[in-house]
Ligand binder design. Structure first.
Ligand SMILES: [Zn+2]
Length: 421
């Protein structure tokens, strides 16, 4: 079993006490073995020399196969965005889906994202890109009503088949997804719940993203709002990962909290699509909802950049509530790491602790945009000052996927001239 020693780092552990330690990390195989004053010998030594080492970011909402669509779906509202996306989706090839996924995964690795949760059809093809690239993928096959889908066959059947085929595979956790209440009826919610229960998976879905979506639903459901309805039909539980939830009332927040529903906050995508609101994050936190952070797709973001997501999310709430002390840097970093792991039902990653999987990134603390860094300001440095160019090492499952001075993953995959549609 290969051992790796990361020497002399500022370690932002994200453990239960949120300890920050100066010292070494010993990795054996794909697991973290010791932290602090560990042995100084290993098969491979990485000199951190005072750089920040932290758990890799966990992106809990993405559509990675849309990565080639960056800067092509801009400056339109969600309805127009979805119309264009659905049209583009219908003409795609397996080769294009694979190449676009490799492109997005390469961007994520470059930016320090070590796990991502995806919502799309053709997750079997995306899974191959995950296997080939070395990243960790939580892949949810999307279900929706037959009249709205471009998928062949029944969407819940497709999701179930995908889960059967990919469960138990390294670095892949298959699950079922639902596009959202605007294209999925109660029977889809019931089928997805059944599949999730049968295979012990999460259900990844969009929920209460725009005011229009909520109002259209209310009109057709005797004044009942989407979260209220999903609560009434018994859909909400601790295995639901709801992306956005911008337009949730306090009553809905309480229903989500009571059921254990998790929320993925996608601030950059929401603002770019002009959804007009900020999710009630302080209220969600006060009620104990686990909030994680997502980028959404390159179509609506347009970058898979968790530094941008962290800073932007924090600032949006501070500004909206006229309160700069709301959303502490530590709370934001929790959303991008440990909370992500909890939301995906897999806490084997998300923190640097003995026994956890070695999904670790390193930030170059000597660069001018972040210098000077100490144990005291390391978390703030990550959230408010760092950017992807500071990432000097990315490790997933004990394997180094990016290192300064080595060719980037995009160069390695040679994406130039390939088919993406
Ligand atoms: Zn989305």
């Amino acid at each position: 079993m290969q051992s790796t020693l990361i020497r002399d780092a500022i370690i932002v552990t994200q453990n239960g006490k949120r300890e920050i330690k100066r010292g070494n990390i010993l990795i054996k195989g794909n697991r973290i073995s010791e932290i602090g004053e560990t042995s100084t010998d290993a098969d491979r030594i990485i000199e951190a020399d005072g750089n920040i080492v932290l758990p890799g970011f966990i992106n809990t909402h993405c559509h990675v196969a849309m990565s080639h669509l960056k800067n092509r779906l801009d400056d339109v509202d969600l309805q127009k965005f979805l119309d264009l996306t659905f049209k583009l989706d219908s003409g795609r090839t397996p080769e294009g889906i694979y190449n676009s996924s490799v492109l997005g995964i390469s961007e994520m690795i470059n930016n320090g994202i070590t796990s991502f949760a995806d919502l799309y059809y053709s997750e079997d093809i995306i899974a191959r890109a995950v296997i080939d690239s070395g990243i960790r993928g939580y892949l949810s096959w999307v279900t929706l009503d037959r009249k709205f889908t471009t998928q062949d066959g029944d969407t819940p059947d497709n999701a179930e088949q995908f889960i059967r085929e990919f469960r138990g595979k390294d670095r892949i956790t298959p699950s079922v997804g639902i596009q959202g209440i605007y294209v999925a009826g109660d029977d889809i919610y019931a089928s997805a719940s059944e599949i999730a229960k049968k295979y012990g998976t999460i259900i990844h879905t969009h929920l209460a993203e725009t005011r229009e979506e909520v109002y259209n639903f209310v009109k057709g459901h005797n004044g009942k709002r989407p979260v209220e309805h999903l609560s009434d039909i018994g859909f909400l539980n601790e295995n639901i990962l709801a992306a956005h939830s911008v337009w949730a009332t306090l009553r809905e927040v309480k229903l989500m909290a009571k059921s254990g529903t998790k929320v993925s906050w996608n601030a950059v995508s929401n603002f770019k699509l002009g959804v007009g609101g900020v999710p009630p994050v302080p209220e969600m936190m006060a009620n104990g909802i686990t909030i994680s952070m997502g980028t959404d797709s390159n179509g609506s973001n347009n970058s898979l950049n968790m530094f941008e997501a962290m800073k932007f999310s924090a600032l949006s709430v501070k500004n909206e509530r006229w309160n700069p002390s709301l959303m502490k840097a530590q709370e934001i970093l929790d959303m991008a790491t440990v909370n992500g792991a909890r939301s995906l039902g897999d806490e084997s990653t998300g923190s640097i602790e003995a026994g956890k999987k070695a999904d670790i990134i390193m930030i170059d603390a000597s660069m001018p945009n972040i210098f000077p860094v100490s144990e005291e300001n390391a978390v703030n440095s990550i959230v408010y000052s760092a950017n992807p160019s500071n990432i000097c090492m990315v490790m997933v499952d004990g394997k180094i996927l990016k290192e300064t001075g080595k060719p980037s993953p995009v160069d390695k995959t040679g994406l130039k001239g390939k088919v993406f549609t």
